[in-house]
Ligand binder design. Sequence first.
Ligand code: ASP
Length: 309
Amino acid sequence: SPETEAAYEAALAHALDTGSEILASGGAAIDAVEAVIMGLEDNPLFNAGRGAVLTETGEFSLDSSIMAGDTLNAGAVAGLSNIRHPISAARAAMENSPHVMLAGEGADQFAAEQGLEVVDPTYFFTERRWDSLIRVLERRGVEAPAHPLGAAQEDELSMLSFPDDRKFGTVGVVAMDQTGTIVAGTSTGGTTAKRWGRVGDSPVIGAGTYAANGVCGVSATGTGEYFIRLAIAYAICARIELLGETASEAADHVIHTQLTGLEGDGGVIVLGPDGTPTWSFNTEGMYRAYATSEGRREIEIYEYNEGAF
Ligand code: ASP
């Protein structure tokens, strides 16, 4: 509906404003990426933080990662259940732990020890995602878990209509700052009704997120299993670095030839070596936007216009 479309466009415009303000005043790409993703995690329109999809047992299991292109340092968390901002947990893992990836209870515990905000999991709950879970469980013939107590909301979001959930709602940001450093970050609730501690591509460095200065930065969304198998984020950067392809050629090849070839679906946002933004996806749409220091700005939902930039 026009209302739903306007809500997504406003969220994307706000994301561009937040990131541009930090970068224009000489801020670091990592701060811009974290701040923008925190805002998107708080926004129930997206499948990250509040508004995340639910697991088969009606829980939340949040994944996130971040990578800094100047040092190739990276941090990732998988299966968080009660941390309001998974992207901040990924950043803390990168900056304040000797590890790259933390998972499950230990990741929640680490994030809490880092002083990150802990919330009751009902904070992440939205009726829209609950309804999607129930639909999937019905198809699967699995009994639905109990509706989380006290979590029913008649908020504005429940009034919006979402004709399909195939436009993925994972959030990702790639930014280049004034020093030329590229940082990429991704945050997600994963896939609806996922089972057995399933972890997708979003917290996997090289699959859902990658950044290397002078080469590229990538954040991905889509059916994570395919993104992991094709190491999509790294594959795009490797094509740019080793084959000399432009960011847009590399992204289109990996998405339209490799991903489509395996019948996987999804897309990527990419910054090329000089900071030129591009994107590629094989779904009907992908909520996406970019802003440049020269004042170019684009916000798109639907059709794919190749070589948009
Ligand atoms: N890539 C995410 C995952 O597989 C889901 C998504 O982007 O919608 O966990």
